[in-house]
Structure formats: C-alpha cells, structure tokens
Design a protein around this ligand. Structure first.
Ligand code: FES
Ligand SMILES: [Fe+2]
Length: 399
C-alpha cells in the first residue's frame, strides 16, 4: 500500500512536469570551485572526516547468507571483519587478532569459529577469545580484555552499515528517514548477487558521484544506450535522512507518457516499471532500486585526489525480466548497466578530470535542473567544516 501510494505520487508529479515542460529545480544556479575535485589538502580532510565520522553501507544481507558466514571490508584504511553468528546476528570487528594484531580473515566464506593464522588463538563468531594456543607456556592473561575490537554495525531491510570508529552511533532508520517504509516494503534481504565490477578511475570520487545525480546528461551522453528508454532532463528529487543530506532521484522512463491518457484508477500494478529510483546515501553510495534488480555503487577515495575506486555489485530481486531495458537475463542486465557506466558515465568523468588537472578552470556550474548536486556538495562541504560558497564569477583564461 505504501509502495503503491509512493509510485502513484511519483507518476503524478512526473506527468505534471511533462505537461508543464519542467523538472524539479534548485532556486538558483550554483558555481562551485573546481578545487573541490583537485585540492589534495581537502581530499585528505575528507578521508579523515566524512568517511571516518559516518556509517558506511558495506553490503547486503545476502552477502552474509547463513550462520557462520563472514566477509571482509578494506576500502577505508580500517580492516573490517563481518560475521553472522549462530543465532543469525551480524557483528563487525577490526580484522586483527588481539595477541599481536595479525589479520584474521581474507575475502569471504563460512567458518564455525575464527582461528588466527599466526599463533592459532581462537575466537568465536561473536568476537570472544575462546582459546589460547599452548596456554600453559604462554602464561596467564585476562581473557576478557582480549576479545576482538568491536565496531558498530546494524543490519536492517537487507542493508548492512558499519561505523569505522568504535564510538560511532547511528541507526539505519535515521539514515533512510522517510524512505525507510519503502525499503521495508522492498525486502532487499532477498537478493542474489549477479555480478561485480571494479573501476579504478582517474577521477575524483565526488566527480564520479556527480554522474549518478542528474538526468540533464541523459539525452546527450546516453543517446545510444538509454535514448529509447529514459526521458532526459526530467527528474524528481527527494531529500531524506540526517540533515536531509541523502537524496533519491526518480528518472522517468518514456513509457510513463502513456499514463497521461489513462485514469489513475486504471494504472496497473507495475507502476514501478515507469521510472528508476537512484538513491544517494551520504557520503559515497549510489543505490539504484528497480523491480528486478538493485545496483550498488560504492565510491572510495583513491591514492591521490584525482583518483578513486568504484565497486559495483548487481543483485537480482526477482525472476522477472526487467521491463523496458530490452534485456532478458540478470547477466545481460548487469552487463548493460556496466557498459553504460564504463563507456559513457565514467568515460566522461575521466575526461572531465583531465580538464580539471590542467588547472585553468576555476569553477564548474550546477544548473537549477541539477538540484541533487547542489544539496550533495553542500553536505560534503559541511562534512569538512567549510561551507560551500558561490565561486567568484570570472572569465577564466587570458586576462
Ligand atoms: S597474532 Fe594472532 S595468535 Fe598471535
Ligand atoms: Fe549517466
């Protein structure tokens, strides 16, 4: 019911925009300094503040499918070990032994307990030290001080968030704000991994994120791939979560236009096929939810300010083929999305970065029709404690 009402509201707003020739808008055009993508000092500060001070969506429940499942997460300088204990509860720890800090696990898999590869200390799936190898010769220790270092973790609606500081407090309901009921209805715990892809891209992490947040580029950049699917330059933006810093953009499909001539009471049960919902979850997640699939893009700072890594995972939600995208298998769907990002969005992001590295342009501009970008970059600026000012209007180049 909640789902249906949300979709009806989206369709109505889209049809009103189509009639009026409008799109959701910001009040003004915003010029941002290009230094936000090139300043090494700002980049270091972002890593220390917004990435460490905020919970991270590390993955989906289906990646820890059963009691005894474990996985690891290493993208942000704090090695994390996730386990699902025998009762089904998820835990997060520093992936380091409490004897002499050896790394405990690699990759993912299942295990009844955790044995350190260095001197065979044994921990249970709740992180408690259970066994000291050759304990008599090692000597007495206070075992209760040698449990694994616990990190805050929550699992809800099929999502797993972890904090990289032991004292970080958060809740998934707070993160999702008023979109939480939709996540509850979607039941993303029931998903199957279709494919993964990783881009080490020569583009700043925020620059790469920008491409997920507006539909202004759809018709020019995605003409060949999405030209027959999506309506360009028309999107609905909904802000949610703490400080309204997260957003969800609804990108309508061309098929939605036929509903103009159909009374609302006759709109079908498959309204969710009429648009794509792309969520930005602060600071680095793009999550596309559609009836058949979920696309998770996690963007991480690279070695230098002009580099980042995107991890993409495609999960399948149902056995039904995706309507509208002209694909008929989960694998084809995954490859279709990967190719669009690879050949179109990330091709352009890398070539924008090359331009910015030339250091001859002082500002980039977000149009009124790109409201999610305004909101997102203002949130990043608050995250590093430096409000985003309108960049000075100057003619770059020869004076
Ligand atoms: S470092 Fe783990 S048992 Fe020695
Ligand atoms: Fe795009």
């Amino acid at each position: 019911m909640i789902e249906r009402q949300a979709y009806v509201d989206i369709v109505k707003s889209v049809l009103a925009h189509i009639d009026a020739g409008t799109t959701d808008s910001a009040p003004d055009v915003l010029r941002v300094p290009t230094a936000i993508y090139t300043d090494p000092e700002l980049f270091e500060r972002e890593k220390q503040t917004i990435f460490r001070d905020n919970p991270q969506l590390v993955g989906f429940s289906s990646e820890l499918p059963e009691p005894g499942s474990y996985s690891t997460f290493d993208e942000l300088g704090v090695p994390v070990l996730l386990t699902r204990d025998k009762a089904g509860q998820v835990h997060a720890f520093l992936n380091a032994c409490t004897h002499r800090s050896a790394r405990l696990k690699e990759g993912s898999g299942t295990a009844a307990s955790i044995t350190c590869p260095y001197h065979a200390w044994g921990f249970d799936l709740k992180g408690q030290l259970r066994n000291v190898y050759e304990e008599k010769s090692f000597g007495p220790i206070e075992k209760e001080f040698y449990n694994l270092v616990r990190l805050p973790v929550e699992e809800k609606y099929g999502l797993i968030f972890v904090g990289l500081k032991p004292d970080l407090r958060f809740s998934i309901d707070e993160i999702l704000g008023d979109t939480a009921p939709l996540f509850a209805a979607w039941n993303l715990a029931q998903t199957t991994l279709v494919g993964t892809h990783e881009w080490p891209l020569k583009a700043n992490w925020k620059l790469a994120l920008d491409t997920f947040c507006e539909g202004y580029h759809f018709t020019p950049l995605h003409k060949a791939s999405l030209g027959d699917v999506s309506i360009g330059n028309l999107s609905l933006v909904h802000f949610f979560g703490p400080d309204q810093r997260n957003h969800r953009v609804a990108f309508p499909n061309l098929t939605i236009k036929r509903l103009k001539d159909v009374p609302e009471a006759e709109w079908g049960a498959d309204l969710f096929n009429e648009f794509q919902l792309v969520h930005f979850i602060y600071p680095n997640i793009s999550l596309l939810v559609s009836p058949a699939a979920v696309e998770l893009f996690q963007l991480y700072p690279g070695k230098a300010v002009g580099e980042h890594v995107t991890r993409y995972r495609c999960f399948w939600r149902s056995s039904q083929p995706e309507a509208g995208w002209g694909v008929n298998s989960p694998q084809q769907h995954f490859e279709f999305v990967r190719e669009i990002v690879d050949k179109e969005d990330y091709w352009i992001s890398a070539n924008v970065m090359k331009s910015l590295n030339g250091q001859l342009r002082s500002f980039n501009t977000f149009g009124r029709n790109e409201p999610a970008l305004h909101n997102m970059h203002k949130a990043f600026a608050r995250g590093v404690g430096r409000p985003l000012e309108q960049a000075p209007l100057v003619q770059d180049g020869m004076a």
